[in-house]
Design a protein around this ligand. Sequence first.
Ligand code: GDP
Length: 209
Amino acid sequence: MNFSLIFTPMKIQSPTFVASASSVTQCPKSDLPEYAFIGRSNVGKSSLINMLTGRKKLAKISSTPGKTRLINHFNIDGKWLLADLPGYGYAKVSKKQRDSFAVMIEQYATVRENLVCFLVLIDSRIPPQQIDLDFIEWLGDSKLPFVLVYTKIDKVSQKEKSQTITQMHKELSEYWDEMPLMLETSAIKGTGREEILNFIEKTNSKMSQ
Ligand code: GDP
């Protein structure tokens, strides 16, 4: 038996930047399954995308931090699309900007037909933040599939990690009977790369059956 065929993790060969869009209507048309990465500003989203794709600067390619809030699309080996959504909860933006961000995400989530799943990034160093919990609740109410991705796991001890996760469980169990899939990642150590890519690959293959 050739075990390498069974255990070889999915590798990304050629991730390419597709386009930046300031609204869902500007997003590139595609039938490819799409996975949307989202989280608070500074959660480690760009670092995670670069770690997953093995490209040091991919996620920063077209972003203009603090200015335009754009949805950036990346084509992953012609198999799926990665949508890099703007970070939420940036302290320096006005209420008006926050509201327009919420509208943008809501429209994206409801109109984007090829969207398969959100990957909601959570900083494992800090307790669950209200803005994260609100967003997760909104996803649940809107029946939008999501997984939680803890970032910067290299920065926390085992004890801190289980405290954060227990706290998140506690918060979520007030609303939900079932817990979402939770994955742990470190952009620095490469932790969680296989788990995320395997999750995406499995989801894609289930859809094509
Ligand atoms: P973004 O605003 O969500 O795109 O966050 P960035 O990817 O720019 O990361 C924000 C900060 O967190 C940067 O200083 C990164 O170096 C740091 N960072 C991101 N991911 C990790 C990680 O896995 N481990 C550690 N230790 N630091 C990280």
